[in-house]
Design a protein around this ligand. Structure first.
Ligand code: XUL
Ligand code: CO
Length: 438
């Protein structure tokens, strides 16, 4: 059965393409700096937004039907899987990401739920082989069900913790069975609404215990992928413990988990934390914790996670600049954690949205290399710190100077007279020139 009738395979047709159903900048097999664009970008489809979400919001019901011609929940789950692979095939996307509950509906009991997961996992395995698709990462939805109303790993109720552990154990098993290259923790309910009822210390200790157990169990069953934490400051909770990259790094180091986890950075989560997307990527990169990306963009006039498809080429360029500087993706990739607007309610809109996002990242990749090859920005930064390469600066960097010696140096100097301009406006114009100079 064909679910997306009338939509052919999307191909690269270049900037003069005649149809909107074509890539203008994403040319999967084109080599850019020694790797194909496909290898650089490692695009992934998010199962939850693309296959499941029907456009409902806090004020209204869905606007697009995602029942895939079936009423029975398991029939629907199967059709959804067929539709997912048709979509990935037509969009030439190599990877996908899912929560356990996206692929199979919960049953009456945990045992029934797990049996359903096994059935769908077997189907996904077949489809992955048939279509040559891979699992970028899996995760467990430990936030949707009401049992997690107070949290999962950070629940005040040990039974909820136990249930979450059982759920994550299964999610790790199916991720491993499908050869997943990663496993994500995103703590949707792992935070608090008020400190008046919260033992923050115990909650965080318990979260760390759950993560340690997960890593140990996953390794014991042969999981070879990377573990990620996906920072987000708030929503649905008022405060989430995985607030931003810096906070997560402190958490990981406190509990000795820093060698086991990297970051899955989401653009819209960065802006909710009042950071730029580039900031979060930079913090991860300089701490050797860059892993994967949830590609989307937020709306700066709205205070929540709008999960829009990324089309802002400045953002994708600065993102790919950081990715390249981090050495590129290893097991991570660009997962479109993005949904079409509620008013963009046709299957065509889903394809057009992915095309927009993929083209925006293809442009970002091309532009990031242009910036790096141009060299003006990198050279400027290098020059700006040149005083640390000799004289007193070198001694500071080498750790071979004392405060008393620095005092002597300052006394002899009189005052700082060597500050040079930061040239921000010039650098912004260099970026414009590189991106738009014809
Ligand atoms: C929520 C979010 C999640 C994670 C996976 O804001 O981004 O979908 O990516 O749980
Ligand atoms: Co996400």
């Amino acid at each position: 059965m064909e679910f997306f009738k009338g939509i052919e395979k999307i191909k690269y047709e270049g900037k003069n393409a005649k149809t909107p159903f074509a890539f203008r900048y994403y040319n999967p097999d084109e080599v850019v700096a020694g790797k194909t664009m496909r290898e650089h970008l490692r695009f992934a489809m998010s199962y939850w937004h693309t296959m499941c979400a029907e456009g409902a919001d806090m004020f209204g019901v869905g606007t697009i039907d995602k029942s895939y011609g079936a009423a029975d929940p398991m029939e629907q789950a199967k059709n959804k899987a067929y539709a997912a692979f048709e979509l990935m095939d037509k969009l030439d996307i190599d990877y996908f990401c899912f929560h356990d509950r996206d692929i199979a509906p919960e049953g009456q009991t945990l045992a029934e739920t797990n049996a359903r997961l096994d059935e769908i996992t077997a189907l996904l395995k077949d489809l992955m082989k048939r279509y040559n698709k891979k699992l970028l990462w899996g995760t467990a939805n430990c936030f949707g069900n009401k049992r997690y109303m107070h949290g999962a790993g950070t629940a005040p109720n040990a039974d909820a913790f136990a249930f979450a552990a059982a759920q994550i154990k299964k999610a790790v098993e199916i991720t491993t069975a499908l050869g997943g290259e990663g496993y994500v923790f995103w703590g949707g309910r792992e935070g608090y609404e008020t400190l008046l009822n919260t033992d923050m210390g115990l909650e965080q200790d318990n979260m760390a215990r759950l993560m340690r157990m997960t890593v140990d169990y996953a390794r014991s069953i042969g999981f070879k992928g990377d573990f990620y934490i996906e920072p987000k400051p708030k929503e649905p909770t008022k405060h989430q413990y995985d607030f931003d990259t810096a906070t997560v790094l402190a958490f990981l180091r406190k509990y000795g988990l820093d060698n086991d986890f990297k970051m899955n950075i989401e653009a819209n989560h960065a802006t909710l934390a009042a950071h730029t997307f580039q900031h979060e990527l930079r913090v991860a990169r300089i701490n050797d914790a860059f892993g994967s990306i949830d590609a989307n963009q937020g709306d700066m006039l709205l205070g929540w996670d709008t999960d829009q498809f990324p089309t802002n080429v400045y953002e994708t360029t600065l993102c790919m600049y950081e990715v390249i500087k981090a050495g590129g993706f290893t097991k991570g990739g660009l997962n479109f954690d993005a949904k079409t607007r509620r008013g963009s309610n046709t299957p065509e809109d889903i394809f057009l949205a992915y095309i927009a996002g993929m083209d925006a990242f293809a442009l970002g990749l091309r532009m990031a290399y242009k910036i790096i090859n141009d060299g003006r920005i990198d050279n400027f930064v290098q020059e700006r710190y040149a005083s640390y390469t000799n004289g007193i600066g070198k001694k500071i960097v080498d750790g071979s100077v004392t405060m008393a010696e620095l005092e002597q140096y300052a006394l002899a100097m009189g005052d700082v007279t060597t500050n040079i301009s930061g040239r921000q406006e010039y650098l912004e114009n260099v970026m414009n020139e590189i991106m738009f100079g014809f």
